[in-house]
Ligand binder design. Sequence first.
Ligand code: AMP
Length: 513
Amino acid sequence: MKDKPAVFKRIVNWFAPPPPWRVPLLIQRASQQSDRVAIAESNGTYSYQELLDASHRVASCLLGKADDLGEARVAFMVPPGFAYAAIQWGIWRAGGVAVPVSPLHPAPEIEYVLSNSQATTFVVHPQFEPAIPRIAHAGGLRLVDTTAAVSSDIRRLPEINFHRRAMILYTSGTTNRPKGVVATHTGIHAQIKTLIDAWEWTANDRTLLVLPLHHIHGIINVLSCAMWAGALCEIHSSFDADRVWERLSSGEVTVFMAVPTIYTKLIAAWEKENPERQALLSDGCSRLRLMVSGSAALPVPILEKWKSISGHTLLERYGMTEIGMALSNPLHGERRPGYVGTPLPGVDVRLVDENGKCVEEGSPGEIEVRGPSVFQEYWNNDEATRNAFRDGWFRTGDIAMVENESYRILGRRSIDIIKTGGYKVSALEIEAALREHPDIADCAVVGIEDPEWGERLCAAIIVRKTLSNKDVREWACRHLAPYKVPTRMLILDSLPRNAMGKVLKPEVKILFR
Ligand code: AMP
């Protein structure tokens, strides 16, 4: 077919809908609730208007003489709090791509993020200046001090096309270096909107943020949802169980979200209190409207213990840096222990076999996800991006099953699904059974290559009081099919975990080799 003449193309373009050049929606919404308190932190409280002003100054500082950062990557290492939100919004308002850097990471990991993202600017809070790696000084990177950025003179800001890149979050792969997950403004809006609808966030909510802000859980599910709703986000720069209990029992907090490890720590702190104080904490906590758990499997005994303490059946949800949140137990209605619920509004989910064919209900399959909240690409890694999608669906690598219309996560394709003696077994299932033992505090099950079995089941166990391998085996034999019983066991003082509290299974494997 002959190409259309240029003039015709121009006429067609006049009638096509204009591209969405605007101010990012979070910022638009903030200006409608400017007098409300947005953030409370140790230094005081800040209104939405103050957040708008500070982020305008940050954007002006980042722009310098430029009209638009044009998707330049701006890395920032700022503790959770008002300054964090002001820098993040400032980067977006200047047309940049926000790359949060965790202060918990050692220098080589920070260097990796700076160089892999090809950041041109690094905004650093004065508190972290001594920890700035050499590369930031040597690599021609513009270093910006948080204090200078928020006190810069203001100037006119660019309009932003929502289809542009907005954020890169680094997520650890199981086999190689972390990959940069690129989200657009549209993608972020979709991730927020689905949670606002499903969990009924309103401006009357007050949430307590204790999660790190280099991970989707804290950034989207807590901070961004609160800001979208016009709610108040109370931020603790680090997790302290006693302080969190104090706030949860105050009667002021309405929504709380955490990973299972945090709930475990809160249970331990509650158990140390005397009965009167326990009753007081439990009573205050029961007044929250919503408590959520995610980012890792929530063990049923923890869910049950938390219910007995707080009266809340934790709402467990399933998501991933690449897709936002995909599955959730209901806000209203039955929350099934051990299940992660059904697809969130606007998210398509399916389970497929190795050939990409949908599996029958009741059979395990890999979770694939499609929809506007799914990420755009892995930064500078076309091959990884290509391999991550099949026919437009993102392949999560997680294996699940649908039972009575609710999804149950069985493990990850790579490490938690173990092939032993020809049987496919879930490490999570074995762990859940072992955790039921009253003297087992925690455990991790891995598959170790074995000439006879393909993989041999091994369990690393943390005990509450002395237990022999024989005791554990007998318990496992009573609760699991014979082929699911671990044949090697190690009693440890603690399990190797990452900053999010997830058990590092590759390191557990090394312990057995
Ligand atoms: P991340 O990208 O760090 O949030 O990690 C996402 C991964 O965490 C998923 O692919 C799952 O393997 C795991 N995950 C998240 N939520 C759950 C859950 N509720 N139950 C089990 N695994 C989960």
